[in-house]
Design a protein around this ligand. Structure first.
Ligand SMILES: [Zn+2]
Length: 416
């Protein structure tokens, strides 16, 4: 996490001005609503989890320190009923894991009995459980609807100044998204004063409360006076980013550093180490192959390490761009030097068992934004360009996104 934040700061440190604005109304074509829908809107009353305040009394509160669900329920149910309710509900709700500060709601009848109808606990901003306090005493779990709105942000890079971004969550995630989209075309560690960007993306809301950013739909990044355009497009079921000509913006890595080889051990946060004979994390993927089998660079990049350590044996580390780095361990022999540029598929060394290894294999390690990840779980692009049969449709999407990007800003918030 610290490394990831360090990575982020490299980008955030240079962001001086970010304007955020929602796109103009006319930019988002709303489906025409029928008169029936409108009628429903007018008659709809405020409702909480399906209980409207016209027919029920609804108490809204948050869980306090040392507060038990049983204490809250005891105002509406006797103890045998509470016991039965919690037993019936155990697949949905564990009263031991309620968290201080989380919102809850109690629904009761408006008549003279004021009897309890439901207890609702919100696990997180999206998920909630309803304990039904009447009749059969059961529980149900639901999710709130996430509303997606389009938004635009614009930024100018000012390399010498630092200003704290007040809307950190939004800005950090947007920065990471953009760094990923442009990983192979712009080095985010070498942004220059005057570089700028404009990004069209989605914001997610629940009941008008901002919860996070959704997908980036289009972006134009001006780096060293060159414009880099990115458009999201769903090609044959796979969503990816393309430039204005329809070329894939992101490149795929080779699936494995060996042409032929057998995966013998996957990425795990806890596995039994065969040499050290104890449980420890294995943040890499092992591929076994005969000693001397060529090991290939899984992507273009610069060799930043080519050396020997007691644990790694002979190893090579490649920095592909500001987002991705890979490392290859236990080589019998290294074939590249530090500082050397390599291309995807180039031989960088040979399989061996130097360092902490039982037999000949390569341990392949993968970093994204300074954090080790399981490369087999990462979603990589196909790196195919837009296919001829999809070109017309892509161009339509591109032109409509361009039109939205060109709209003048309607400033809603100024960050900072
Ligand atoms: Zn390994």
């Amino acid at each position: 996490m610290r490394k990831q934040l360090f990575f982020l700061s490299a980008f955030l440190l240079v962001s001086i001005l970010v304007l955020r604005f929602t796109t103009r109304d006319e930019a988002i074509p709303e489906p025409a609503s029928s008169s029936e829908d409108q009628l429903e809107d007018i008659t709809q009353v405020r409702s909480t989890f399906g209980f409207d305040e016209q027919n029920y009394t609804i108490l809204h509160d948050t869980i306090r320190q040392n507060q038990f669900v049983g204490d809250i329920l005891s105002q509406y149910l006797d103890f045998p009923s509470i016991d039965r309710l919690l037993t019936n509900s155990k697949d949905h709700f564990d009263p031991r894991y309620i968290r201080v500060g989380r919102p809850y709601h109690v629904v009761s009848r408006k008549d003279s009995t004021s009897s309890g109808v439901a207890f609702i606990y919100e696990h997180d901003p999206i998920r909630y459980t309803v304990l039904h306090l009447e009749d059969s005493l059961y529980a149900s779990t639901g999710e709130k609807e996430i509303e997606t709105r389009e938004a635009m942000a614009e930024g100018i890079i000012e390399s010498s100044l630092y200003l704290t971004l007040t809307d950190q969550g939004l800005s950090q995630n947007l920065a990471l998204e953009m760094a990923d989209i442009y990983a192979w075309s712009i080095d985010f560690y070498r942004l220059q004063k005057g570089d700028r960007f404009k990004v069209l993306y989605e914001e997610q809301f629940i009941e008008d409360e901002f919860i996070g950013i959704g997908e980036v739909k289009a972006c134009v990044f001006t780096h060293k006076d060159l414009e880099f355009r990115a458009y999201a497009y769903n090609q044959n079921g796979k969503r990816d980013y393309f430039d204005e000509e329809g070329e894939g913006l992101r490149k795929a890595f080779l699936k494995s550093p060996l042409k032929f080889g057998r995966m013998t051990s996957g990425y795990s946060n806890r596995r039994f180490h065969p040499v050290q004979r104890r449980f420890k994390a294995h943040r890499g993927t092992d591929y076994a192959a005969p000693r001397g089998t060529p090991i290939l660079a899984t992507g273009d990049g610069e060799v930043i390490k080519s050396s020997y350590t007691r644990n790694n044996g002979n190893f090579v580390k490649i920095r592909h761009n500001s987002t991705y780095t890979t490392q290859y361990l236990h080589m019998s022999k290294r074939a590249v030097e530090r500082g050397q540029q390599v291309v995807q598929g180039e031989v960088i060394g040979y399989v061996g068992s130097t360092g902490l290894a039982t037999g000949p294999h390569v341990c392949y390690r993968f970093w994204k934004n300074g954090k080790q990840v399981d490369h087999r779980r990462e979603e990589f692009p196909s790196s195919d360009p837009i296919l001829p049969e999809n070109m017309d449709s892509f161009q339509q999407v591109r032109d409509s996104l361009d039109q939205q990007l060109s709209l003048g800003p309607e400033v809603v918030a100024l960050i900072p």
